[in-house]
Design a protein around this ligand. Structure first.
Ligand SMILES: Nc1ncnc2c1ncn2[C@@H]1O[C@H](COP(=O)(O)OP(=O)(O)OP(=O)(O)O)[C@@H](O)[C@H]1O
Length: 250
């Protein structure tokens, strides 16, 4: 057992349900109406089923699994973007989530205004943002586009600015979902170097990626999800090998 204050993330028995709405044919809808609207036209589906997980401060964890296994859902629950239908999620320390590119950005505002908006959302004071502004823009390499409305940015430009703001908030816990895929190679290299630097400083990393070789170089621990269950939790190379084995069988 760990001391509670050693833990950055605690998930106990989390369950997340989504409602799947089906588009029905006119005939099906008519039958449903004639029968007095009995029965449900939607179906419920558990994306996560009783997931329990502890992550200690300073751990680097890769969340792995095939498409639809529940990785992004778990990351959204940890970041607070989604609420669980059962169980509890606790985080300790400042959390920065890079989960959906451009989420938290206001499309009609300039990059500059979004730095202030996003920085505030991530817990920075205005003064802190003033002090770090030049460094945020420099890291993002957005340069002259910083005063352009972000709706005119490419997805790579969004990522650059979002990543740069997030790392400048100096988070304790860094949640990263696949998004690095939209950056070009030089920027990806720069982000990976930054992520490794954060890991080296003892920050907690929780990373979702299908790039198994990459996560194996960044993370020490792997957690394998399958159909909303944790099916393996251990040393990252062993978990990657297990996923590769299961992928062949799928
Ligand atoms: N908002 C939603 N409404 C309905 N179903 C959803 C919603 N979000 C996710 N799901 C479903 O929950 C399941 C898990 O999705 P999730 O995005 O967490 O998987 P994932 O492991 O991240 O997949 P991928 O590797 O493809 O990104 C999928 O079947 C998905 O269709």
């Amino acid at each position: 057992m760990f001391q509670t204050d050693e833990l950055a993330i605690t998930c106990v028995g989390i369950r997340k349900q989504f409602v799947l709405r089906h588009t029905r044919s006119l005939k099906e809808a008519l039958v449903w109406f004639i029968r007095g609207r009995k029965g449900d036209l939607s179906r419920k589906f558990d994306a996560l089923k009783d997931v329990s997980l502890d992550v200690r401060h300073g751990e680097t964890v890769a969340l792995l699994g095939l498409n639809g296994s529940g990785k992004s859902t778990l990351l959204k629950l940890i970041s607070g973007v989604l609420q669980p239908d059962g169980g509890t999620v606790l985080t300790r320390g400042r959390v920065a989530g890079l989960i959906e590119v451009g989420a938290g950005f206001h499309h009609d505002l300039s990059g500059r205004d979004n730095v202030y908006l996003n920085g505030a959302i991530l817990g920075m004071t205005e003064r802190e943002i003033d002090e770090k502004f030049a460094s945020i823009v420099e890291f993002s390499e957005i340069g002259e586009f910083i005063d352009t409305e972000v709706k005119f940015y490419s997805s790579g430009m969004y990522l650059r600015l979002a990543f740069s703001i997030a790392v400048h908030t100096d988070p304790e816990v860094f949640l990263i979902d696949e998004i690095l895929a939209v950056g070009d190679e030089p920027f990806q290299r720069k982000c990976i170097a930054k992520i490794k630097e954060l890991a080296g400083k003892g920050k907690t990393l929780f990373v979702v990626s299908h790039d198994l070789d990459l996560v194996a170089t960044i993370c020490e621990r792997g957690v394998l999800l399958e159909h909303g269950h944790v099916v393996m939790d251990g040393e990252v190379h062993e978990v990657v090998a297990e996923l590769r084995q299961r992928s062949k069988a799928a």
